[in-house]
Design a binder for this molecule. Structure first.
Ligand code: URA
Ligand code: CA
Length: 435
């Protein structure tokens, strides 16, 4: 087999065989094929696309390129959840204890990552004492006993994806649906998931700006999952404005606590119930989505969800009293309101710009080595469609720096207020249960 022929075949719009896909993934992982040939192939894939079969073969080849986590010692169907990324997305903090409270084992591997706020692990570290450095044996024991544990990523998972992603980053080939879909799915599968629920975001704060692209990405990932023997479902949800009200690490933990007590923002609660019910159904703990949803809603109201969260925090060294005393979480020195300059209805709250403002405050990482400030961030008091009077606070900035003029400028530019009728974006555009 020759790399030249594989590039030519894809360039001319033909379908690559499983053997050809294995050949280039293995060869590239072992440094036997040079970057320039893989770059050319990636660009050919960008323009010519891949079939569902090719995408599934690429996913499997990337899974096989490295270590795989073995979760077989955990009883039950392990369902993992992945979000394609957004601003102020607190869903994992809520979903993990929520679905565990319904008997679904949640064995969560999580990272720190770059972005507007930290990853799930950073957020949880806002809880005094909480740590994720646990042995594999303890991790499995915790999930078997409590149904939920979170551990930091370890091991050499999907090295082929790491190499390909870096190369895509510098060859303008990140934005290809089969490449994104196989990249995400390979990591979930290598992490040991039996079934997968995907939250595909659409809008200004997301990878996919258009509903149609988000839908094709979701359908492609669901199809890959089902082809490689992992039942997969997806939700396409709105990210034109931030999800929930809090953007920032400790602030999101506080929001998660409120939500787990049944007092969360409506959009965040609804999305968690929808994703959670897919997880419960995939784990065979309910027959229908409606049955799963009403059980989860009950657990938000009867204390089971928040009690599971307390147990989870304590089991990993965390101070579970934060659930009743959120003032024990890291606090910023200053709280500064942003007053509305005019009266009207909120017409836009650009999620990406609000995320950048949180980052300017120190809530997120620009590079791997950035130190995160867990206490800072933004809490929204208004969302799209809400009425606002001149002078009324649109949001509160939590900062350790008194002068936040630049951040305020950025926030004013990201929010528009209109006198006209405002169309409130739908939270959930669609759910994809099968492909
Ligand atoms: N996230 C990933 O993990 N991979 C991609 O290709 C894009 C987003
Ligand atoms: Ca939020």
């Amino acid at each position: 087999m020759r790399m030249y022929d594989i590039i030519e075949k894809k360039r001319d719009g033909y379908t690559l065989s499983e053997e050809e896909i294995n050949f280039f993934v293995n060869g590239y992982t072992k440094n036997e094929i040079p970057d320039y040939q893989i770059s050319a192939l990636l660009m050919a894939i960008y323009f010519q696309n891949m079939t569902a079969e090719e995408s599934a073969s690429l996913t499997s080849a990337m899974v096989e390129s490295g270590e795989k986590i073995d979760l077989s010692a955990i009883q039950g169907i392990k369902v993992d959840k992945h979000s394609t990324g957004g601003v102020g997305d607190t869903t994992t903090l809520i979903l993990a204890p929520l679905v565990a409270s319904a008997g679904v084992p949640v064995a969560k591997m999580s990272g720190r990552g770059l972005g507007h706020t930290g990853g799930t692990i950073d957020k949880l570290e806002a809880v005094p004492g909480f740590h994720t450095e646990i042995t594999n044996d303890d991790f499995i024991k915790l999930v078997n006993n409590n149904k939920v544990a979170v551990v930091g990523q370890s091991g050499n998972l999907t090295p082929a994806d790491k190499k390909l992603y870096s190369l895509r980053d510098v060859t303008a080939t990140v934005n290809s649906i089969p490449l994104i879909a196989s990249s995400i799915m390979s990591k979930k599968i290598a992490s040991g998931a039996d079934a997968i629920v995907l939250d595909v975001k659409k809008g200004a704060g997301a990878f996919m700006k258009e509903e149609n692209d988000a839908r094709i990405l979701a359908e492609t990932m669901v199809s890959i999952g089902n082809k490689v023997g992992r039942k997969t479902m997806a939700v396409i949800s709105d990210m034109s404005q931030p999800l929930g009200n809090a953007i920032g690490n400790a602030l999101e933990v506080r929001e998660a606590i409120n939500t787990l007590k049944g007092n969360g923002p409506k959009d965040l609660t609804e999305l968690c119930l929808t994703l959670g019910s897919q997880m419960v159904v995939l784990a065979n703990k309910a027959k229908t989505m409606d049955e799963a949803k009403s059980r989860l809603r009950e657990n938000l109201e009867n204390g089971k969800a928040i009690n599971k969260f307390k147990q989870f925090l304590a089991s990993q060294g965390g101070d579970s009293t934060v659930a009743d005393h959120p003032e024990l979480l890291p606090q910023s020195a200053y709280k500064l309101d942003l007053p509305a300059k005019t009266t009207g209805k909120v017409a836009a709250m650009e999620a990406d710009d609000i995320g950048s403002a949180a980052m300017m405050l120190g809530a997120g990482r620009a590079t791997k080595d950035t130190q995160i400030d867990l206490s800072v961030g933004i809490v929204l008091h208004k969302k799209i469609g809400d009425d606002v009077n001149e002078g009324e606070p649109l949001l509160t900035i939590y900062s350790n720096d008194k002068s936040v003029e630049e951040v305020k400028d950025k926030l004013y530019k990201s929010i528009s207020i209109s006198y006209q009728h405002v169309k409130v974006p739908e939270l959930i555009y669609d759910t994809i249960l099968n492909q």
